[in-house]
Design a protein around this ligand. Structure first.
Ligand code: 9D3
Length: 255
């Protein structure tokens, strides 16, 4: 399948295109690329610099430490990448100053025919190219990265997994089960052996009572979510069954 027929086209403007391409070759996303479900192109601003040193950065007006990515090479790279995308594809700048990327945004991006990601380096990109050629600005969380490439990979990974046909049946079933779809943390997982260094797998999981197993997993998901990420429960109505399971989890974990 060619770039034109892929369900989703992504372009990444980056000084490190090989880092993006290498990482995307592995796992679930690598499989989706091979099968032509998604196309990811890259564009390097350095391609658009003529001088012998291929200078993409310069000192900040006003002084201070660090360097700033120059407007012209970035604008040219964005224009070249944009020409390969469906018209109207949003152009997104990845920066620590952006709105926080989340699962709802991944769903929105997965519903589009295409989008462009600009990964910054150094202290940032000349503000004028952002005003001229960027539609949205996203951060992946409150910590300091060295550049936007890892953030671009995070956004692409979270988005591509949501495209139809990317996950196999087992992976899709897991994704649609109540934890991932319902905004809860996952329940604990176990595999053989049944006893490891004196620790046994919970009894209920070793039997064939599927209703009991479902209840146990839901209870674990609820209890762990309340303990570790109570913020996830504040906007979520609990069903009668869920409230009962959570009360019992609290009783069993009092200490
Ligand atoms: C003023 C101090 N600078 C850090 C020494 C600010 C700064 C500049 C460039 C902070 C981070 C970066 C590079 N970060 C990204 O490109 C980035 C990012 C991030 O750092 N955190 C969360 N999400 C993202 S998306 C892109």
């Amino acid at each position: 399948m060619s770039a034109g027929s892929a369900r989703l086209a992504v372009e990444v403007v980056t000084l490190f295109p090989e880092a993006i391409r290498e990482h995307l070759a592995i796992g679930v996303v690598g499989r989706a690329l091979e099968r032509g479900i998604v196309h990811v192109g890259t564009e390097d601003p350095r391609t658009y610099v003529q001088d012998v040193h291929r200078t993409v950065d310069d000192r900040p007006y006003g002084g201070g430490p660090g360097m700033v990515l120059k407007a012209e090479p970035v604008a040219n790279a964005i224009a070249a990448a944009e020409a390969r995308l469906p018209p109207g594809s949003p152009r997104i700048y990845l920066s620590a100053q952006g709105r926080r990327f989340d699962q709802a945004m991944a769903r929105r991006l997965a519903s589009l025919p295409g989008f462009l990601l600009l990964a910054g380096r150094y202290e940032g990109v000349d503000e004028r190219v952002l005003e001229a050629s960027i539609d949205d600005e996203l951060s992946i969380g409150d910590y300091v990265l060295s550049g936007g490439e890892l953030a671009a990979l995070v956004v692409i990974d979270a988005t591509v997994r949501l495209l139809p046909g990317v996950l196999n049946d087992a992976e899709s079933a897991l994704q649609e089960s109540f934890a991932e779809a319902g905004g809860l943390l996952d329940w604990p997982h176990y595999t053989r052996p049944e006893e490891w260094r004196g620790k046994r797998v919970p009894e209920v999981l070793c039997g064939g009572n599927h209703a009991a197993i479902r209840r146990w997993r839901l209870q674990q998901a609820l209890g762990r979510t309340e303990a570790r990420r109570p913020d996830l429960l504040t906007d979520r109505e609990l069903t009668g069954e869920e409230r009962g399971l959570l009360l019992k989890y609290r009783e069993e974990h009092e200490s």
